[in-house]
Design a protein around this ligand. Sequence first.
Ligand SMILES: [Fe+2]
Ligand SMILES: [Fe+2]
Length: 418
Amino acid sequence: MIQQFTTKRDIIRGFANAMNLISPEVQNHHEKVSYLCYRLAEAMGMPEAQKRLAFFGGLMHDIGGVLKEGNVSLLELERNARGVSVNGAKLLRMLPLTDPFASIVQESQTPWERLKRTFKTLHAPQRIGQIVHLADTVTLLLNDKESALNQVDHVKECIHNIGEREFGPEVLAGFDKLCGIEAVWLDVVYRPEIFLDLITIDQSFSLDETVRLTEFMSKIVDFRSPFTAMHSAGVAATAVALAELSNMSEDECGMMRIAGYLHDIVKLKIPNAILDKPGKLTDHEFNIMKEHAYYSWILLKDIRGFEMISKWAALHHEKLNGKGYPFHVMKEELTLGSRIMTVADIFSALTEDRPYRRSMDKEKVIGILRGDAGSGLISGGVVELLIDHYDAINARRDAESRAASKKYQQSLEKAREA
Ligand SMILES: [Fe+2]
Ligand SMILES: [Fe+2]
């Protein structure tokens, strides 16, 4: 499989953009926290490896908030900060690649007084957790609309008023140093995108690593709503099976898997009341629902290596007769990959249990798919290919969905033990 598929920088930018979509009222919050964390770690004299841990800890500190439904308001995140950090740690423990950040995120809301009581000596996760806690607080005190440098004294005063209840002497000393460096405040208020410049070595990710990372992202979407749990895993499995049967290359099958994992990623933005509604959506609700396909495109289109993936993922609600959404592209623009993704999405939805109905039986699923193909909505070729291998594909979809569920349960247990 492709060795240099995408870059760390692109994935990080994509992740930050996803977090921004979920909490639109806290634009660039994660970029800012991430940037400040790195600078704080630097001011505290930490080695490069720890500065990087601080950077990623800052970037992911709110990830547990996405388990809550709907747009997550800043106020909500703050009110439930402890729950957010514990849930975040659980999610991050699911993957060896993100596991090193789990303990940092877990401690990222812990007040200094409690840390002092709980730990005899503070190790990296607690020290960096303190950095994230302070950077988060500082970011929330800053106002984008005011002059950057004129806010520093006020922020400093607030942080010292909160004082040693929340923050230890080490992180407070680092913060005082930062207060004297104008460029840091100009960066964080006016140019939060500068956080990407801190990734000096732009390491690349192989296709294989990207598959694993996006699998992790898909779990966040799936477990947001227990009713759609494992949907992304099921779509990915079905899409890959159909891609293989269509003689797509191994690399293309890997990309198909990523598109399956990410096709509904922006459902994180949509309230569960709409996602899980048993009946037909009202026009108002459907308009909100339609946003997810559009934003998949916005989120994925600029990631290197994702040129095809972004189309496959974003066009999964388009129809061959131009009556889908949100772009209304016609069949000439719907490549085989896009056609497969649409069929895989419908097939997975029909064969999954939903709160308002059990999974459908084979006859019924075939009837619906052939009906849609007959009406010129979806590809008849792909539908027939699926029907020819129905039992094998369905078994694979079911097995991968179950495996995804098991993995998730195990990570929860691991988190409980930790
Ligand atoms: Fe969708
Ligand atoms: Fe879907």
